[in-house]
Ligand binder design. Sequence first.
Ligand SMILES: [Zn+2]
Length: 197
Amino acid sequence: MSALSHDIGPLSGAAPVKQGNYPCLILNADYQPLSYFPLSLWSWQDAVKAVFLDRVNVVDHYEQCVRSPNFEMQMPSVVALKDYVPQNRSPAFTRFNLFLRDGFKCAYCQSPHELTFDHVIPRRLGGKTSWTNIVAACSTCNLKKGGRLPRDARMHPSTTPLQPSMHQLQSQGRRFPPNHLHDSWLDYLYWDVELKP
Ligand SMILES: [Zn+2]
């Protein structure tokens, strides 16, 4: 395993959302989620603040109310930004996004276990730490390949590693739905996302 953690950012994933927190789904101005993975969520406090700052339209809400001496409102469950945030930026080269691109599977044997990263062309032979030269690899395959070229190790990644577009990562992300989905969110997510109890 290489010292990749020095080259790209720390592993970061979606914080688990508990049902009692009244998380709010954030839609872009086109009513698509800002992000599928991690799903774009705000705390109810941030959602209420954004409503008061007039930055969002409330699309749906929880039954529960938030009260203060001066006001009362139902807690937003879905809000849409008033200003569109462009989505054509390229995804950050992070460990998490790389695993997501590769579907959390080893590029050599498809195992989802003990994932590490492999330089397809080893660093000692000039291989770069980049989207096009790093693949997810289980520790067994990583060890087996050692510091060799694919042809020398007779181990080739099942797909050619490429820089993914944001759209490609988003559609990968739909395969890994978050733990908690409020039913008011489902109209704004993909058809095949399942509602879990
Ligand atoms: Zn493997």
